[in-house]
Design a protein around this ligand. Structure first.
Ligand code: LR7
Ligand code: MN
Length: 582
């Protein structure tokens, strides 16, 4: 479910529609976008006639973006899918198309039907073709990893790179075959590609998974810049130069194209809404979020302006090779697929770099609902473990939010493996804190460190739990009494300083113990149980005891105890002073 979300289409993702936090979010975002525009190179932003002249006069050493393009003169204008138009499966081919779907989890039949060098419409915003880039852009190694990719799709990806990039900027195209099982990806592929001297194929001898396959490609790359692509893409007109221009301006800029949509059903090339940032929601689900209209207007953000992103989608970006190595590339302990986009994004921002979307660079990608290849281990578990590694290394105290939103990982006590090297790396690079990242890069993320805090009031008695030395009491509420203040944490602890409320040794009684982050014996479920026992909302249920048992006040003695949960019992209803999240 969670990983599905990562692959949702940019313009279909619910995140874009979130209105809840626009006021604070937008204000904070305003500052951020302003920063973004100051960071953009004036030369690279020159658009329209005026801009062009200005750039021409004041900056020798620049030229217009070339339009290396088959769009205007496709080899066969009548061929299906030409210009990115949708294609329909003929009636008598429906069965065949259906049966071939699972080869790639998209319409493989249609992919085979349309030319491998089809033209697509130039979807760049007006002004992009007038933009100027430096004459001395660095050349790049393109790295494309694949496992059992569909033949026609892989070819179309490679053709689009070769025909829509200025040749001198392509050092090489490295195809990393991640131990594919399909016969056609062996000699047949080698033979086909042998006509393109720049294309090199690295056949891995065992399955590396996407993440380590990319590292294998990076190791042999000769270009100063690495450009990673998925193996089912179509690079659009002028896609490469604006990416390289950004990386040239600063070696710590990581440049991503706008990822457009190649429709999985009819293979049409669809453009996406402008002004979308790559973001994540808890527990680290990648998504897209539109910059609010008022922020766009207030800051006069143009369609061609660079967009700074809290996180990248993962598959398509250019990065300075030396910088990538300095950053320790990807954590090699990440397995197969997933989470590496979070890792590289946090690492880049926190250790002094920037992640940008470059609107004048556009690349289509086939979005699919499921991976068409097998996972060596369970897919969900692989992704969860990867994300937990990222959380442990990069999120500091905020990792509790991650675990709080994926509490099953706490219950499973997920084993993330050895993190020593990653933690050392973070120290060595003197990276900033996750708090800094939140404040400066992603201020619109809601990230309260606890779920609730303040007085813990019993609703029936209107009295409060109090800590007296190291024992618990039940007294008249007093907002100024520090001993009545508790935090309800993401790890479900009811915490007062170092101490946590727990069912005591003797049945039914309550006590205080030193808190331990992941201890289930200290965990209490408050509110969240609403999903399967709605009537128990506001109860506080111990997770420790065999039977579900609730925090209760014994009305006759005014003593605290744990007792069998009863939805109608008002002596079991509790409320914190403040709630920050559900
Ligand atoms: O074991 C593997 N070995 C591989 O070589 C698994 C995959 N791969 C290849 C695969 O053939 C493909 O070319 O790696 C590439 C990416 O795999 P996909 O296409 O199955 O991934 P995706 O497009 O569903 O998912 C996104 O997230 C991934 C994991 O975190 C990678 O970062 C992908 O590159 C990334 N794709 C994009 O960013 C494109 C836009 C999608 C979005 C949002
Ligand atoms: Mn993909």
């Amino acid at each position: 479910q969670e990983t599905r979300k990562e692959r949702q289409l940019p313009n279909e993702n619910g995140d874009g529609a979130h209105a809840g936090n626009t006021t604070t979010g937008a204000a904070a975002l305003g500052g951020q976008m302003l920063g973004a525009m100051q960071g953009a190179a004036p030369r690279a932003r020159a658009t329209g006639k005026d801009g062009q002249e200005q750039a021409g006069n004041s900056s020798p050493g620049t030229h217009r973006v070339l339009s290396m393009d088959a769009t205007l003169a496709p080899r066969d204008p009548q061929a299906p899918g030409q210009f990115g138009h949708p294609v329909a499966v003929p009636d008598d081919k429906q069965e065949e198309a259906k049966s071939r779907w699972k080869e790639g989890n998209f319409n493989v039949y249609l992919s085979d039907l349309i030319p491998v060098d089809r033209a697509i419409v130039d979807t760049r915003p007006a002004g992009c073709s007038e933009q100027r880039v430096h004459d001395d852009l660095p050349s790049t190694s393109i790295i494309m990893c694949f496992v059992d990719e569909v033949w026609s799709t892989l070819l179309r990806s490679v053709h689009s790179v070769l025909s829509r990039s200025p040749p001198h900027l392509i050092e090489e195209v490295i195809l990393v075959d991640d131990f594919s099982t399909k016969e056609y990806l062996k000699e047949k592929l080698d033979k086909y590609m042998s006509r393109f001297p720049k294309v090199k194929i690295l056949h891995l001898k065992e399955r590396h998974g996407l993440i380590r396959a990319r590292l294998a490609g990076a190791e042999i790359a000769k270009g100063a810049i690495l450009t990673f692509l998925d193996s089912h893409v179509e690079c659009n007109v002028g896609w490469l130069e604006p990416l390289l221009e950004r990386v040239r301006l600063s070696r710590t800029k990581v440049a991503c194209p706008v990822i457009e949509v190649i429709n999985d059903k009819d293979m049409s090339y669809m453009t996406v809404d402008n002004f979308q940032r790559g973001i994540f929601t808890w527990p680290m689900n990648f998504g897209w979020r539109q910059i609010p209209q008022e922020v766009i207007e207030k800051n006069k953000i143009k369609e061609t302006d660079i967009i700074r992103c809290p996180v990248m989608a993962g598959g398509l970006f250019s990065i300075n090779k030396k910088y990538f190595f300095e950053l320790g590339m990807y954590d090699p302990g990440l397995d197969v697929w997933g989470g590496e986009n979070m890792e590289i994004s946090f690492k880049v921002w926190m250790c002094g770099g920037e992640i940008e979307i470059v609107p004048c660079s556009r690349v289509g990608h086939i979005f699919r609902n499921d991976n068409p290849y097998s996972f060596p281990k369970d897919r969900v578990r692989t992704v969860e473990r990867n994300l937990a590694r990222v959380a442990e290394v990069w999120l500091d105290e905020y990792k509790e939010l991650f675990y709080g939103h994926a509490y099953h990982l706490v219950l499973k006590n997920v084993d993330v493996g050895d993190l020593t090297q990653q933690i050392q790396l973070r120290k060595k690079l003197q990276c900033k804190s996750f708090r800094w990242y939140l404040e400066n890069v992603y201020p619109d993320l809601e990230a309260p460190l606890v779920k609730a805090s303040g007085l813990l009031v019993n609703k029936a008695m209107a009295r409060c739990i109090t800590v007296e030395n190291t024992t618990l009491a039940f007294e008249a509420c007093d907002v100024n009494d520090k001993n009545q203040k508790f935090n309800y944490t993401w790890l479900r602890l009811i915490q007062h300083g170092e101490l946590c409320i727990t069912p005591a040794g003797t049945a039914g009684t309550l006590g205080l113990r030193r808190c331990e982050g992941r201890s289930r014996s200290l965990a209490w479920l408050h509110r969240s149980l609403a999903t399967f026992q709605p009537e128990l909302t506001d109860h506080i249920i111990s997770e420790h005891l065999q039977q579900p048992a609730c925090l209760e006040v014994d009305p006759s003695h005014e003593a605290l105890r744990v007792n069998a949960c009863d939805s109608g019992n008002p002596y079991q209803k509790w409320q914190f002073g403040n709630y920050y999240a559900d």
